[in-house]
Design a protein around this ligand. Structure first.
Ligand code: DX5
Ligand code: ZN
Length: 224
C-alpha cells in the first residue's frame, strides 16, 4: 500500500490545523513532522509543544523525522507528545541498535534514515529491527530542494535487500518529490512518499488528490 505523508515544513504555520484538515480530507494518511536541532542539520524547526498541540487537534498518523544528534535524548518526549512513527538518522546515533530498541520499547514504530552520501548497505544489518527505512532524496535540512537523481538506484537497492531478506519494511522517500517524479520513486520500490512544497504550494487539496491518484496507480508512467 502506498501512503502520502505531507511535510508540514512547507505549510503555513499560522494555519497549521486548517491545512492539516485539508490534506487529511483529501486522502493523506500520514503527516510528516520534521524535527531539526540546529546541530545535525543547520536549521531549527518544530519542538515538542507543536507536536503535542497538533496531537490534540488531529488523529492523523504522526510520522516524526528526527534530524537530531543523539536522538535517544528526545525519543521519549516525542513519543509522549504523540509521535506514532519515530525515525532517526543512522549518522546521528552513537548506538543505532539501542536507539531502535528504545523507540520500540516506547511502543512506537521505528524508522531509520540515511543521508544521500551514506551507502545503502550500511543499513542492511538493521533492516530486521525497523518498520521503515527513510531514504533521503535530498541533503536533509531544508525543504524545496531538487530530487537527487542518484536516489532512484538507491531506493531500488534498498527494496532488493528488503525483499531478499523477506522482510516487511516500508521504504519512505523524502526531498524534492513532485507529481512529475513520484512515479519514478514508486516504481523503484518506495511506498511512503513525503512531499512538502509539492503539497503546500497552491491548491493543497488538489495537490493531494493528484498525488494520491498517482499513488493509487492511476497516474503517469515513471519517467525514464
Ligand atoms: C528536508 C525534510 C523534508 C522536507 C521536504 O530535510 O526532511 O521532509 O520538508 O520538503 P520538499 O518536499 O519540499 O523537498
Ligand atoms: Zn523529513
Amino acid at each position: 500500500m502506498n501512503i502520502l505523508s505531507p511535510s508540514i515544513l512547507a505549510a503555513d504555520c499560522a494555519r497549521l490545523g486548517e491545512q492539516i484538515d485539508l490534506v487529511q480530507q483529501a486522502g493523506a494518511e500520514y503527516l510528516h513532522i520534521d524535527i531539526m536541532d540546529g546541530m545535525f542539520v543547520p536549521s531549527i524547526s518544530f519542538g515538542m509543544c507543536v507536536v503535542s498541540s497538533l496531537r490534540k487537534y488531529t488523529d492523523i498518523i504522526f510520522d516524526v523525522h528526527l534530524m537530531v544528534e543523539e536522538p535517544t535524548r528526545y525519543a521519549a518526549d516525542f513519543a509522549r507528545c504523540g509521535a506514532d512513527i519515530i525515525t532517526v538518522h543512522l549518522e546521528a546515533c552513537s548506538n543505532v541498535e539501542e536507539t531502535l530498541e528504545w523507540i520500540h520499547s516506547l511502543g512506537r514504530k521505528a524508522g531509520l534514515s540515511i543521508k544521500p552520501a551514506t551507502p545503502i548497505r550500511c543499513v542492511e544489518k538493521y533492516l530486521d529491527q525497523i518498520d521503515m527505512l527513510l531514504v533521503m532524496t535530498v541533503e536533509p535540512g531544508f525543504g524545496g530542494q531538487r530530487y537527487l537523481p542518484a536516489s532512484t538506484a538507491r531506493i531500488r537497492e534498498a527494496r532488493r535487500m528488503i525483499e531478499e531478506k523477506g522482510l516487511n519494511v516500508d521504504i519512505e522517500v523524502d526531498g524534492g518529490i513532485t507529481k512529475k517524479n513520484v512515479a519514478t520513486v514508486l516504481e523503484a520500490g518506495a511506498n511512503v512518499i513525503v512531499a512538502g512544497s509539492a503539497i503546500f504550494s497552491g491548491d493543497i487539496s488538489q495537490n493531494v488528490r493528484d498525488m494520491m491518484e498517482i499513488l493509487n496507480g492511476g497516474g503517469k508512467k515513471a519517467e525514464p
